[in-house]
Ligand binder design. Structure first.
Ligand SMILES: Cc1cc2nc3c(=O)[nH]c(=O)nc-3n(C[C@H](O)[C@H](O)[C@H](O)COP(=O)(O)O)c2cc1C
Ligand code: SF4
Length: 468
């Protein structure tokens, strides 16, 4: 086991004033990793990344070097490297800050990645709302072209690498790598059938790799400082550091860099502990698509293998913290509505199931739950997980099944008492719940009155498939 605790690798230049300017970046070791890469054969760059053991930070944790080694060579077609900067997973906000504060890191990583897989063109698929990051990246790219880090002859090496920023329109599904490629090609972003995988048949039908911002920015550091340097942190299977987006009921939420292997309880302490001294109730290890875990598992070391052993996934590193004041049903309802809204509609279990799940949550949380609802939730999740086209559908079931596993009593209490035992129902009624209607989409329902409260039909949607 390497070092644990707070670390500085990707964030080491965050404190440097104006490091987004190329001159300042160069003064702090910028583009040195690229100079090392230019003296290496492409397969040696790939091997170095494999030896370092970098795993994809976009959610799935697939080894980056391995992914690069799969990119088809010698097909006669152009090869592309695409950076996934869509960052849509709830609770995740690390890539945006990385691009805003130190944009040259990403540009350098893209050129190195391009050299590794013999790509002459790269794209950064950027969430459209990230206007500031877009401006910073665009300026940094102009500087990089002017200094010869990008262009037809990268630093006089005879190798070409061009880079383009493509702004998305803010759909969560466009972060899924094949939907992203469709969107980049100008089509509606919907996942593609695999195989063929992007490594053989990606952008414009050509060999392509899609990598997360954090994965790509790790690479220049590794080339500059070496594999051992990177492996000083973390474990054999989870080496390096992780940018953690810590949010929720903590004293000092924000982005932090920790060595992999640091226990979650230690991270919490480092962030000033629970907000106002509240008690930890549950936490999501890596975004809302990863199963939530109870407080009793907070000492789990934050590695891919340990979090999996604890029953969840490391995901994007978005650690969301909730206290005993949070109603778990209400929290999961919020996420379920997000998935319902973001489902691309391509396959039926996700398109219809997300809507149906939302309806059930609405009635449980607003005091109209039925005894059979918990089995219905489980049955629906069972019919979604593994039967959908992409991981959005699977991810949607994670908070539901895990919260039912650890907090079933709380669900039962909602139904038994006909209200939220934590009092959230009442506040929802104050603001007026939002209801979905088949014909008109979302509609604001006026705040309930004592009369409507006594009539469940007034506050519960009845148009879900199957009459649920
Ligand atoms: C619905 C959905 C949304 C996703 N959004 C993102 C995203 O915003 N950023 C990202 O890097 N990966 C996202 N992913 C994961 C990508 O499909 C892909 O695994 C990742 O970009 C690969 O990069 P990595 O190997 O560096 O992790 C998403 C996946 C799904 C199913
Ligand atoms: S699982 Fe959902 S988001 Fe994914 S393809 Fe099917 S409908 Fe679209």
């Amino acid at each position: 086991m390497g070092a644990t605790g707070p670390a500085e690798a990707l964030t080491v230049r965050y404190a440097v004033e104006n490091v987004h300017d190329i001159d300042v970046y160069e003064q702090h070791g910028g583009y040195e990793g690229l100079r090392v890469a230019l003296d290496m054969a492409p397969e040696d760059i790939v091997q170095t990344v494999k030896d370092a053991g970098v795993r994809g930070r976009g959610g799935a944790g697939f080894p980056t070097g391995m992914k690069w080694s799969f990119v088809a060579q010698g097909t006669g077609k152009p090869i592309y490297i695409v950076c996934n900067a869509d960052e849509g997973e709830p609770g995740t906000f690390k890539d945006r800050e990385l691009m805003e504060r130190d944009p040259h890191q990403l540009i350098e990583g893209m050129v190195v990645g391009g050299l590794a897989i013999n790509a002459e063109q790269g794209y950064i698929y950027l969430r459209g709302e990230f206007a500031h990051a877009g401006r910073r990246l665009a300026k940094a790219m102009r500087e990089a072209y002017a200094k010869g880090y990008l262009g037809a002859d990268v630093l006089g090496s005879g190798k070409r690498f061009d880079l383009t920023i493509h702004r998305g329109a803010g759909a969560y599904i466009c972060g899924e790598e094949t939907a992203l490629l469709d969107s980049l090609e100008g089509r509606r972003g919907q996942p593609r059938l695999r195989p063929p995988f992007p490594a053989a048949h990606g952008l414009y039908g050509c060999p392509t790799t899609v990598n997360n911002v954090e994965s790509i920015t790790s690479v220049p550091f590794i080339l500059r400082h070496g594999v051992e340097w990177y492996r000083q942190w973390g474990t054999e299977k989870s080496p390096g550091t992780k940018l953690m987006c810590i949010s929720g009921e903590v004293e000092r939420p924000g982005n932090y860099e920790f060595a992999l292997g640091t226990p979650v309880s230690e991270m919490l302490e480092y962030c000033g502990g629970m907000k106002d001294g509240r008690e930890l109730k549950f936490w999501c290890p890596g975004g809302s698509s990863t199963p939530l875990l109870p407080a009793s598992k907070a000492d789990t070391p934050y590695t891919y293998e340990d979090i999996q052993e604890a029953g969840s996934l490391l995901g994007t590193g978005a650690l969301m913290i909730f206290s005993e004041q949070t109603c778990v049903v209400d929290a999961v309802w919020g996420w379920t509505r997000f998935y319902e809204h973001e489902s691309c509609g391509k396959c039926t279990p996700c398109r219809e199931g997300s809507y149906w799940l939302s309806q059930i949550y609405q009635r449980i949380e607003t005091g109209n739950g039925r005894e059979e609802d918990l089995e219905l939730l489980e049955d629906l999740c069972d019919n979604i997980f593994g039967r959908v086209f992409c991981a959005l559908g699977d991810g949607m079931t994670s908070p539901i099944t895990s919260s039912l596993k650890y907090f079933r009593d709380e669900y039962v209490e909602h139904i038994r008492q006909g209200r939220c035992p934590l009092g959230v129902t009442e506040s929802r009624r104050d603001i007026g719940v939002v209801e979905f209607t088949r014909a008109g989409g979302y509609e604001d329902v006026p705040p309930a009155t004592p009369e409507t409260l006594s009539d469940p039909a007034e506050t519960v949607g009845t148009s879900a498939p199957g009459g649920a």
